[in-house]
Design a protein around this ligand. Structure first.
Ligand code: NAD
Ligand code: TYD
Length: 337
């Protein structure tokens, strides 16, 4: 079995590469990644010398490169994690989100069609469903919830999902799609809520909470996302969408207060809200549980402790990221907030 994992130098893709190589010792895994600001080869350092692993630097929007990689490598399975993934950046400038998330997905789909791939798996997000009201805790996203996006990021992910489904219906391409809730864990880029708050607290910087901090996210430990995708690849039904989530809803304020408590330091600063800020995400994971017998192994209380410990043990990993270009980004996003 030979897999191409696009975006494998990023947060979830990197965790998935480690997961695959550990779990399936006979699989060949190729990470194809452009190495944008979010890609970091340091996250793959421990597998670089693994004989079953290969890294190829490439851009999924570059048709010639992608087609020649497919011709050369002849993969059976492609798992597409490659994306621009940060909502705040998509609000600043949507263009690259459309380019990578939509056109890049189309290039991959075309290459998969040409090479009669066994499976194309699209890693999508619960954000394609839009948001739920804060005062209706009885409501959850199912696979039948209509697409109703809020940010340029989620709009681009929804467009990609529709394209993936169109390639299945029109050309019979064997696809699956997963829509997961917010992930957290090792190798998470410190522009996202949890790693940002850990890094700021450790560096005695204020912890910027948008609005009143009442927005709710449904947090999943990244390894549980990896196990779900692995299961979908092996046992999922072609053409289907699977929601992934573990009923770990928390308000942003609760998340940040937990981090402060665990670290014994950190000062919250309420800042201007995000434009179009989604109120609540909450996944109904019944389908993947019933059909594939998937359940998450790590709950939030345990996972946040493991994550904080990882950031304490791997300071060099995130400290090297938050120097240089990141400083410009931080100043632009938070300077006048
Ligand atoms: P990330 O930003 O950490 O990593 C993205 C990776 O894609 C990086 O390594 C980057 O270099 C690479 N990349 C970007 N543009 C590329 C291009 N044109 N060609 C090749 N590689 C390119 O993202 P993440 O948080 O790991 O998310 C991975 C996927 O999972 C995304 O598709 C995202 O939409 C989805 N997702 C994320 C979450 C979450 O909580 N982070 C939740 C659900 C779904
Ligand atoms: P984020 O990690 O960007 O993920 P997403 O927007 O895809 O859910 O943000 C998670 C939540 O945390 C979201 O409600 C926005 C909020 N947030 C803050 O309050 N402060 C911050 O500095 C960041 C980055 C996010």
């Amino acid at each position: 079995m030979k897999l191409i994992v696009t975006g494998g130098a990023g947060f979830i893709g990197g965790n998935f590469v480690h997961y695959l190589l550990n779990k399936h010792k006979d699989y060949e895994v190729i990470c194809l990644d452009k190495l944008t600001y979010a890609g970091n080869l340091e996250s793959l350092k421990s597998v670089m010398s693994n004989q079953n692993f290969k890294f190829i630097r490439g851009d999924i929007t570059d048709r010639d490169t992608i087609f020649s990689v497919f011709t050369q490598e002849r993969p059976n399975i492609v798992v597409n994690f490659a994306a621009e993934s940060h909502v705040d950046r998509s609000i600043e400038d949507p263009s690259i989100f459309l380019q990578t998330n939509v056109i890049g997905t189309q290039v991959l789909l075309d290459a998969c069609r040409k090479h009669r791939i066994d499976r194309f798996h699209q890693v999508s997000t619960d954000e394609v469903y839009g948001d739920l009201p804060l005062d209706r805790p009885d409501l959850f996203f199912t696979e039948e919830t209509p697409i109703h996006t809020s940010s340029p990021y989620s709009a681009s992910k929804a467009a990609a999902d529709l394209l993936v489904q169109a390639y299945h219906r029109t050309y019979g391409l064997p696809i699956t799609i997963s829509r997961c809730s917010n992930n957290y864990g090792p190798y998470h880029f410190p522009e996202k809520l949890i790693p940002l708050m850990i890094a700021n607290a450790l560096n005695d910087k204020p912890l910027p909470v948008y609005g009143k901090g009442e927005n709710i996210r449904d947090w999943l430990y990244v390894e549980d996302h990896c196990s779900a995708i692995d299961l979908i690849l092996h046992k999922g039904t072609v053409g289907e969408i699977y929601n992934i989530g573990g009923h770990n809803e928390r308000t942003n304020l609760e998340v940040v207060q937990t981090i402060i408590r665990e670290l014994g330091k950190g000062k919250i600063q309420f800042v201007k809200d995000r434009a179009g800020h989604d109120l609540r995400y909450a996944i109904n994971p019944n389908k993947i549980h019933k059909e594939l017998n998937w359940l998450p192994a790590t709950n939030f209380d345990e996972g946040i402790k493991k994550t904080i410990q990882w950031y304490l043990d791997n300071r060099f990993w995130w400290e090297s990221i938050i120097s240089g270009e990141y400083q410009n980004y931080y100043e632009k996003m938070y300077g006048n907030r």
